[in-house]
Design a protein. Sequence first.
Length: 138
Amino acid sequence: MRRCLPALLKLGIKYCTLFTFSTENWRRPRDEVQFLMGLLLEYARSDRRELLENGVHIRPVGRWRELPGPVAEALSKAASDTKAGNNLVVLLAVNYGGRQEILDAIEKYVAQLRESKGKTPPLTEEAFSKLSLCRGRT
């Protein structure tokens, strides 16, 4: 992110998604996972001033709240601290997986069907999009 940020800002890019830790990464050896969690924690804490100066809003998406407490707290603070940034929104896909998002969206849709006793509108691409993890859990 540190190397990409200046170029993104210079090009006037408004949104960027960085896939920082996928759900599949949990299958890595424990020491690798701990190292990656440490990197997330370090970056979330150390880049605050640069992000604020450049008007960058950090927005974690995915199941990031399920990360170890200090990491989730640091991401939450980074998002809160940079909320006013309007030059660039950086979506950090953390603890995110495409397959898991599809399963989560299906579960939400099935729950809606049960609640409405089958009277839910048909599942369109747009409706499915609204059920996605990135839209629903920020």
